[in-house]
Design a protein. Sequence first.
Lengths: 150, 199
Amino acid sequence: MFSPDGMQNAQDKQPDQQIEDLLAAHLDALMAGQADFDPQFTRYDLTPAKIAEATDLLNLATRLRETLVPVAPSETYVNRLKRELIGDQPVTLLVRWRKLPAHYQLAAKLGGLTLTAGLLLLASRRALTILDALQHRNQPESDQGLSPAS
Amino acid sequence: MAAHNGQDYSTADDSELVELARDDQAAFGELYERYVKKIYSYIYFRTGNHHDAEDLTSRVFHRAFLHIETYVERGVPFQAWLYRIAHNLVANWHRDRNRRKVIPLDEFIAAGLRSEAPEDTTESQEEKERLVEAIRRLPEERQQLLILKFVDKLSNQEIGEIMERSEGAIKSLYHRTLLALRDELTAEQQSEPTRQADE
């Protein structure tokens, strides 16, 4: 059944839906600072048990409102982070890195790995060459394949 | 906040600021100022300490700043996008530290209770502590809902955008969360006489 303005009457909804609407209205009132919220149970088609449930939950919501209060960060932290993001604070390498797009960071990491691998490869080849030269130096001349003096 | 060109961004809505932020850092600064405290508070409740809340909040905004150029609203408002970044970072934080995904509210609540008016009775403080303990026993999703509603004071629509649910689903979840919380408190009260008898 609909009221003249076309909206479904509260009493036409299922009891749980009615309680949900009531809880939502109550929370809106709490957040707006209204201390005298009137649940107006007569608007709803609720059994005494459901009214008792709704009353319990409304009281619980009020307790939550009193207990769960926001925690603010320090102004020092807020200002520092803002300067770090957009301000004129000296930008460290870490901050610059964080500001790079993800694909740039990935490219930089791959490039670094490739460069490192290449340097290691060159270093290992150089080391082998040196070792080889040292071995040749320590061998007797006859073993090194030198032709006898004519 | 005034931009370098003297423009006042305080009256611009989030969508306008996002567009401007692609070229003007001051516009991003305005977005930052609008949301830093809410994001911080949310993360504080999820982690339970200031150190991690500061670290993760910084990461949220650095990530948002990095990706602002590619962010497209498309049904996910900027606020919801920020909270989703925060949620993902907190989830990673929990995973990396191998912690149960509960809100360690004790530290915060203890500080909050101490800052209250001295005329508050010991009994009311104990009531609040019991409530906090009961919240901690709820599933993560329900704890998140309570934080977004009561701490950050978001509407059902805003919460729905963050948790990717309809407004009606959020109303229903709120109802079920309160029922579960009430049952937790009732169960605790019923177990107290037994504990006292054992002692």
